[in-house]
Design a protein around this ligand. Sequence first.
Ligand code: HEC
Length: 115
Amino acid sequence: MAPTSTPAWLSLIALLALAGCRAKSALTSQQLEGQHLYNVRCAHCHELNDLALKKVPPNLHHVFSSPTLPSGAPATDLNVERTILAGRGMMPPFAGSFNQEQMDALLSYLHAGIR
Ligand code: HEC
């Protein structure tokens, strides 16, 4: 005999899946701080290239999902932190712009894959 209404267990699974998606897209407070710093200090170049740089700033979404950074250097926290502090090519150095807590927040946001 075929069931006429959705079985309760199916609704439960759908609910759990929904909750899972929610949990995934939610950023921690540290990542939210990083998102803010990224939006204020990095996005105008890395999202908009508003200075029309000839070397288009690379897309940083999922930058840690690849084993290497756009430059070919290993995609490690240390290398990204060094790039931020020292700059690279047309990217200005940010030494002195962020304290360690802000740097950690920025890295944690980049690890979240940017959204
Ligand atoms: C003035 C524009 C500009 C700003 C502002 C800027 N960047 Fe960049 N960024 C660039 C350009 C251009 C490159 C490519 C450099 C190259 O390889 O010559 C780059 C490269 C990078 C890379 C890749 C490094 C590699 O090894 O491939 C990372 C990571 C990065 N930027 C992070 C950031 C973060 C985080 C911020 C904000 C704190 C930021 N950038 C702000 C222009 C900018």
